[in-house]
Design a protein around this ligand. Structure first.
Ligand SMILES: [Zn+2]
Length: 209
């Protein structure tokens, strides 16, 4: 474990400078925009405490939106041919994303269940897919649908069930201010859509029933 003195700063500066910034990301442009927002809300961007803020926020956005420059399909190209045709479920894949309506974070867990059709991927690849898809300006409904479609298209699965549970800071710190509210979305495809007992099986496994 690192102490603040080892990282050299209390706010994680040492780690954030190590973030890989994709060449497509225009850091100076973000910095200019952040300065502009600070001035527009009535702050003084030249105040000592804010001097480094635009650069810091720019690097942070590069990290939070890194999924725009990564193809989730790339993580599903390496599969194994297996006769296994029962349910595979990966539960509790944690993620952080950014609500595209407010540019505020939403975070939670994704659960992905699928029934293979000869192609099985490493379990960590599903977590990689969640990571890439979540690191973009998002809405939870589309994120859920996108992950399900990727498995249909790349793995030709017999069925896929994606359930995402998340708390949205745009609902907790502003607007209606309802802390603790959980938003649940699901996408059921293939046999999970057509077959009631398959759907109950996967939901029971996700919720530990
Ligand atoms: Zn929002």
């Amino acid at each position: 474990m690192q102490t603040p003195s080892e990282t050299g700063s209390l706010d994680g500066e040492a780690t954030s400078t190590n973030v890989h910034v994709p060449s497509e990301v225009d850091l100076p442009r973000i910095e200019k925009a952040v300065r502009e927002i600070l001035a527009a809300v009535g702050e003084d961007p030249d105040r000592e405490g804010l001097l480094e803020t635009p650069a810091r926020v720019a690097r942070m956005y590069a990290e939070l939106f890194s999924g725009l420059h990564d193809d989730p399909r790339a993580h599903l190209q390496k599969f194994f041919t297996e006769k296994y045709d029962e349910l595979v479920l990966v539960r509790d894949i944690s993620f952080n994303s950014m609500c595209e309506h407010h540019m505020l974070p939403f975070s939670g867990k994704a659960h992905i269940g699928y029934v293979p059709n000869g192609r099985v991927v490493g379990l960590s690849k599903l977590a990689r897919v969640v990571e890439v898809v979540s690191k973009r300006p998002q809405v939870q409904e589309r994120m859920t649908e996108t992950i399900a479609n990727l498995l249909i298209e790349e793995l030709d699965v017999k069925g896929v069930a994606v359930v995402i549970e998340a708390t949205h800071s745009c609902m907790t710190i502003r607007g209606v201010r309802k802390p603790g509210s959980l938003c649940v979305t699901s996408a059921m495809k293939g046999l999970f859509r057509s077959n009631h007992s398959s759907r109950s099986e996967v939901m029971n496994l996700i919720y530990g029933g």
